[in-house]
Ligand binder design. Structure first.
Ligand code: BGC
Length: 722
């Protein structure tokens, strides 16, 4: 038996050694292998046989498939048959700042590097599929999973997603882009019916998935828990067949989210390939196990449908070189290089929101003492958030980093300032209730430390009791009496810097007006402390830009303003339609606290000579916009140049602005660069619900060269002809 197994493995390896992995060769091999399988063997490939594995077929040399969470690190090993960790001692991994922080870097090269690292670490851990990236649109500030997702803007999401997936998959690991589609809230995520207009679907919610499949070649897609237009995503013919297979030509594996399968026949016909996480103890009872075998035996489903699914699985296995183990990426884990990428990712994510009188960067040579205040100065976050939680090799907190870097020269006066009053309950946000009490004793201690220090830094914000999978936040205020703490400390020491550690929008107006310096540092992954201290003290500079609008209050934001979050009677209708995020604020003329794309620097920039290469364009043309960016200050820095389009007259409502291109430019003091941004005329289209296709209505368009959605430097008028 063993000899036969080795012979088959060698045969498969041989085929792939001599044949390049052309599709023709792969398809031929897939057909041959399928012919040798029995129906139960085929079906065995289509459902989990444990929490994160599927069975292989030993006699045919098909190995088991190992899947693992998640988007910002490789999750620690779980037990095969329950949700507890396996307790391994060799499964810690590099932990990156989560999705919104990745988006805040606006740096595709860094995103690529993250993809390579994750791929290498996943391979080292012998994983075949890494579940992520999570790319649902940030529709409401309150969605618990915003921190894991990326942005409110489909273009930014698409660019990052493509960079991440392409890089990851070069390491012979399949990405699983999730959650397809409309998992934009956690409340009732397993029962809510999401209704999105066709135009909003095409313009806002679909582009990231389309780019993941068509531009990055994502090998797997994860179907969301919710219903979409009345049908579960995992058995929704429009999602699984019409869009994924017919329009996007997806040839990979469409899998369920964990426990998101609801049927055998309907799901099978709608294009689902793989059932994972179903909460029935006997794996044989799962929808894509014995019930699928019976459906074929009883003639309710054709065996060719099963073959199609098996082919999708095998295709991904071939593409990730599972039958060519010699040339497959071996991977590496926790290397210094990986940690350096995590560090850079944390540094470049940091957004400087306010910096009066150039309080930052701190000149540590002139300081004698610093008050460090707040629970988030000492709290570690990598291990939270539920499925994306990471058992990291280490995590540096801000206080640790400051002490290690400056402890011998500076007096560091620490005070906790506020206490974490929340707790985490799976599937319920009740741990967030009653978490607003003000602890005046802690505040008094903090005030005393602030008074006797040259400057005070408050590490405030949230933690993963709030930013988490499984439920939404109940409000967007700072919990635990932090507003009072900040107010009192700022009174005691006017040189107070507030650093927010959080992954999704917060209501910060009262704080933003009160404090001289405000920094958004996200959950910074394993290098969080080093990154934030290096930025605050000027070893590094802040260059992040907000990937979402920071509202003054939640009820300004579209889903809330229109009263359709989190929905009624388990239905939610996205009435704001295409006006999501800054598209809403701009078009409705609503003043946010900080706009999308916003972030300051320690230096200043000038943008000059913004030009388009022509004035009149045909439909097939590409528009090139050039602009000269100069660092006019005294320090190095980076600016993210953003290009937004608007159409002056159109037969349908269009958002005032839509992001079409961006580039992050790094400049030494005094340095200048001329950059070009490219937009195809077809990218200026809107999706017409009348004709069910993308239309560029001829006429005038304006291209805005900007450094945030509200900070426009030049507006260039062009004409698009039909
Ligand atoms: C989450 C997925 C995750 C899966 C496996 C689900 O609860 O929604 O994002 O990949 O669990 O842990």
């Amino acid at each position: 038996m063993k000899i036969k197994f080795i012979a088959i493995v060698s045969f498969l390896a041989f085929c792939f050694a001599i044949h390049p992995q052309t599709d023709v060769q792969t398809e031929k091999r897939i057909k041959e292998v399928i012919k040798k399988m029995t129906l139960p063997e085929k079906v065995g490939l289509l459902h989990g046989n444990s929490k994160f594995y599927t069975s292989g077929i030993a006699r045919l040399g098909i190995p088991e498939w190992a899947l693992s969470d998640g988007p910002h690190g490789v999750r620690a090993e779980m037990n095969r048959n329950n949700w507890k960790y396996a307790g391994w001692t060799n499964d810690s991994s590099t932990c990156f700042p989560p999705g919104t922080a990745m988006a805040a870097t606006w740096n595709l090269d860094l995103t690529r590097q993250r993809g390579y690292v994750l791929g290498e670490e996943a391979r080292f851990r012998k994983k075949d599929v890494l579940l992520g990236p999570g790319i649902n649109i940030i529709r409401s500030p309150l969605c618990g999973r915003n921190f894991e997702y990326m942005s409110e803007d489909p273009f930014l999401i698409s660019q990052l997603t493509v960079a991440y997936i392409k890089a990851l998959q070069t390491k012979d690991v399949a990405a699983s882009v999730k959650h397809f589609l409309g998992n934009n809230q956690e409340e009732n995520r397993t029962s809510i019916d999401v209704n999105i207009s066709e135009r909003a679907l095409r313009e806002i919610y679909l582009p990231g998935f389309k780019a993941a499949v068509m531009d990055a070649g994502a090998l797997t897609v994860m179907g969301a828990y919710n219903k979409f237009r009345g049908e579960w995503c995992t058995e929704n013919n429009y999602l699984g067949r019409t869009l994924l297979r017919d329009e996007f030509h997806f040839k990979g594996v469409y899998m369920t989210d964990w426990n998101a399968a609801h049927s055998t026949e309907k799901a099978a016909l709608a294009g689902l390939d793989l059932e994972m996480g179903t909460s029935k103890d006997d794996y044989n009872d799962w929808y894509f196990a014995n019930p699928l075998i019976n459906a074929v035996k009883e003639g309710r489903l054709k065996e060719s449908l099963v073959d199609e699914k098996v082919a999708n699985i095998l295709r991904v296995m071939f593409k990730t070189k599972m039958f060519n183990t010699k040339s497959r990426e071996k991977g590496s884990i926790n290397t210094k290089e990986h940690q350096q990428v995590a560090y850079r990712s944390a540094v470049e994510a940091i957004v400087l929101l306010k910096n009066e009188k150039e309080l930052l960067p701190l000149n540590t040579n002139e300081l004698k003492s610093i008050a460090v205040i707040g629970d988030n100065a000492t709290r570690k976050h990598c291990g939270g958030g539920l499925s994306s939680e990471i058992k990291t090799l280490y995590e540096i907190t801000p206080l640790q980093a400051l002490t290690q870097k400056f402890g011998s020269n500076l007096k560091i006066n620490f005070a906790q300032g506020y206490k974490k009053q929340s707790s985490f309950f799976e599937d319920s946000n009740k741990g967030q209730l009653n978490t607003d009490s003000v602890d005046w004793k802690l505040i008094d201690e903090a005030v005393a430390q602030a008074k006797k220090s040259d400057v005070a830094i408050i590490f405030a914000g949230l933690n993963h009791d709030f930013d988490t999978e499984s439920f939404d936040r109940i409000h967007a205020r700072l919990p635990y009496g932090q507003a009072q703490l900040i107010q009192e400390v700022t009174k005691a020491n006017p040189k107070t810097i507030v650093v927010i550690i959080a992954g999704s929008p917060l209501e910060l107006s009262s704080i933003a007006y009160r404090v001289p310096a405000l920094v958004w540092a996200w959950y910074g992954g394993m290098e969080a402390g080093n990154a934030v201290i290096d930025v605050l003290t000027g070893k590094e500079f802040p260059s992040g830009k907000l990937p979402f609008t920071m509202p003054v209050s939640v009820d300004q934001s579209p889903a809330h303003a229109l009263g359709n979050f989190p929905g009624r009677d388990l239905k939610t209708n996205y009435e704001e339609n295409i006006l999501v995020g800054y598209r809403w604020y701009d078009t409705k003329n609503i003043q946010s606290l900080f706009p999308f794309g916003y972030g300051l620097s320690y230096t200043t920039f000038s943008l000059t000579n913004a030009l388009t290469d022509k004035k009149d364009y045909e439909k097939k043309d590409q528009i090139t916009v050039t602009v000269t960016v100069k660092n006019t200050g005294k320090r190095a820095g980076a600016e993210v140049i953003q290009l937004y389009s608007s159409q002056t007259k159109c037969s349908v409502l269009r958002p005032t602005k839509e992001l079409k291109a961006f580039q992050k430019v790094f400049l030494q003091a005094g340095e200048e660069k001329t950059i070009s941004l490219k937009v195809s005329v077809t990218d200026l289209a809107f999706y017409s619900e009348k004709t069910n296709c993308w239309i560029v209505e001829p006429g005038e368009f304006v291209l805005h060269v900007a450094t945030s959605a509200n900070n426009i430097h030049s507006s260039l008028l062009i004409t698009a002809n039909s």
